[in-house]
Design a protein around this ligand. Structure first.
Ligand code: MF3
Ligand code: CO
Ligand code: CO
Length: 286
């Protein structure tokens, strides 16, 4: 099952115009933003990236995920923004922190990180009404060789997918590149969660799948804003949701990794809004 946040079409057109793309089963209304809308997305994307830069040195064995959440919350507020996850569809915290076999939507709490834990921290800010959404992997202490390779493959799959974003190509081209690379490395792509359109809403059409066939799905048009956020498992791709209604874990309890960038389609390719000002890519960050 695909858990997508935007089952309904945007109810109103806050900005730019919308167009019905010929995208097969994912044909939906995708907002085409104005050139002037890139500027506020650069600001919101940069703040999300700065939050991820800030938190890195705090990810150490013994720290609780609630403490990391609080640091991110305060940083976002201090920069004049609001953490989008807090109270979003009942989510109780300001960030998602997903450790080891948690695939996504982990809820920060009093659990202490242990040496060798790998974790995803997913930050979404709302700055001047515009969303900025990005996530990276971190390590407490020293990762296993396999965990390190899982993170490296996941990061590279994201960047290879981004390379395929340009007018003329389709969303299916991106999904195919990601799936092809991940499976060539003997890891698997999670099917139940996807990237999403974004802008003045958290989640809007289209669903950005991290698997697929070349030529499938809508074609890229300058002014489309969306995330790519592949979740990659060391074992089987299936997930289940825990009793809290949020935490997604691998069914076989294998390790899972994820990186997320937010980008806008340009005339010649795309602009990544969430690049790290510190130049951080994948762990180790130094
Ligand atoms: N930031 C996540 C994403 O990449 C969404 C988190 S929704 C929440 O789309 F409610 F779990 F915070
Ligand atoms: Co996202
Ligand atoms: Co996110």
């Amino acid at each position: 099952m695909l858990y997508c946040y935007s089952e309904t079409q945007p109810d109103d057109l806050l900005n730019g115009f919308s167009t019905m793309m010929d995208g097969g089963s994912d044909a939906r209304r995708i907002t085409i933003h104005k050139p002037a809308d890139f500027a506020p997305m650069r600001k919101s994307g940069r703040l999300a990236a700065e939050t991820l830069d800030m938190i890195g040195p705090h990810v150490v064995p013994g720290v609780t995920t609630e403490a990391l959440n609080a640091l991110c919350h305060d940083f976002i507020i201090a920069h004049g923004a609001v953490p989008a996850p807090l109270n979003y569809r009942g989510f109780p915290k300001s960030t998602c922190i997903s450790i080891n076999h948690v695939v996504c939507h982990g809820i920060p709490g009093e659990k202490k990180l242990q040496d060798g834990d790998i974790l995803n921290i997913d930050i979404t800010v709302i700055l001047d009404g515009w969303y900025g959404d990005s996530s990276r992997m971190y390590v407490a202490g020293t990762p296993s060789t396999r965990a390190k390779r899982l993170m490296d493959v996941t990061y590279e799959s994201l960047m290879r997918g981004i390379e395929a974003v340009k007018p003329g190509n389709t969303f299916g081209d991106v999904g195919h590149v990601i799936q092809n690379f991940v499976e060539s490395q003997r890891f698997t792509v999670v099917r139940d969660f996807c990237g999403h359109g974004i802008g003045q809403r958290f989640h809007e059409p289209p669903n950005v799948l991290h698997f697929g066939r070349p030529g499938e799905g809508p074609r890229f048009v300058p002014g489309m804003f969306f995330t790519i956020e592949p979740m990659v498992n060391a074992g089987r791709p299936e997930v289940k949701i825990l009793e809290d209604g949020w935490t997604a874990v691998t069914r076989d309890r294998s390790l899972s990794a994820q990186f997320e960038h937010m980008l806008g389609v340009t005339d010649t390719g795309c602009e990544i809004f969430t690049l790290s000002p510190a130049g951080y890519t994948a762990p180790p960050y130094q």
